[in-house]
Design a protein around this ligand. Structure first.
Ligand code: ZN
Ligand code: ZN
Length: 238
């Protein structure tokens, strides 16, 4: 798709969201919601039963993969499994740029927020940034928008600018595990270390896939003096 066609499609989608009666952007059902109750019910929420290190749904406290794997962050959790409705809803937000999807998805993150796991461990919430060139392309950073609404709902302090992308990186989805790690090396910077120094940071992203992005971002925060980094994502690929 050319840039012009993509732009025309996004404008059209945005316009439809405004003038058309609301309908579920996943199943098309007419109604007042952009993500209908029936679709929300089909989302595979993760709950307490997950690997504490990588958020993978799992009965044991630490999954088999994590026995030999250490991350820069201390723990992780995700609201739901990155499949079916949740995957489609996130694609509607991220790739079709239906910003109206932020509300139901951030509400899901709020509802599934693992209070026990993160109790007393969040001084500040930091979203995973996107590079300014991608920001120009997409017009918004989905992790920031999700964090913003979740923070409002949970009364948590948000730091939207402190972490930034130092350079453009390739799409992680196209790369092998080794390439993913190399692709992200030193890709994150901290604009003002005073904001995170000595703080317990909650790092927020839309998807936890291999953890490479979150790991590199956590490392940058730790190098800037963060006391601890915990991770919360909307979804977990399984
Ligand atoms: Zn629906
Ligand atoms: Zn694990």
């Amino acid at each position: 798709m050319t840039k012009t066609t993509a732009l025309a499609r996004d404008l059209w989608n945005g316009l439809l969201d405004l003038v058309y009666p609301a309908h579920c952007l996943v199943c098309g059902t007419a109604g007042d919601d952009y993500l209908c109750a029936n679709c929300i019910e089909q989302i595979d929420v993760i709950g307490e039963q997950h690997c504490i290190r990588c958020a993978m749904p799992c009965e044991a406290p630490i999954c088999n993969d994590c026995r030999n794997q250490l991350y820069e962050f201390e723990s992780a959790a995700s609201a739901g499994v990155y499949e079916g409705v949740l995957r489609k809803a996130l694609h509607a937000l991220k790739y079709d740029r239906h910003l109206v999807m932020v509300e139901p998805l951030a509400d899901l993150m709020t509802r599934c927020f693992p209070r026990r796991q993160f109790s007393g461990k969040v001084d500040v919430v930091v979203p995973i940034p996107i590079h300014r060139c991608r920001m120009v392309d997409r017009g918004f950073n989905q992790s920031l928008e999700l964090s913003r609404r979740m923070c409002e709902r949970l009364s948590l302090p948000l730091e939207p600018q402190v972490l930034y992308k130092t350079r453009r990186t390739r799409h992680q989805a196209d790369l092998s595990q080794d390439q993913r790690v190399a692709n992200l090396r030193c890709a994150f910077g901290v604009s003002n270390p005073n904001i995170v120094a000595g703080k317990q940071v909650l790092l927020v992203d839309d998807v936890f896939t291999t953890g490479s992005t979150l790991n590199e971002a956590a490392l940058a925060l730790k190098n800037a003096g963060a006391q601890s980094v915990h991770v919360y994502t909307l979804s977990r690929s399984v």
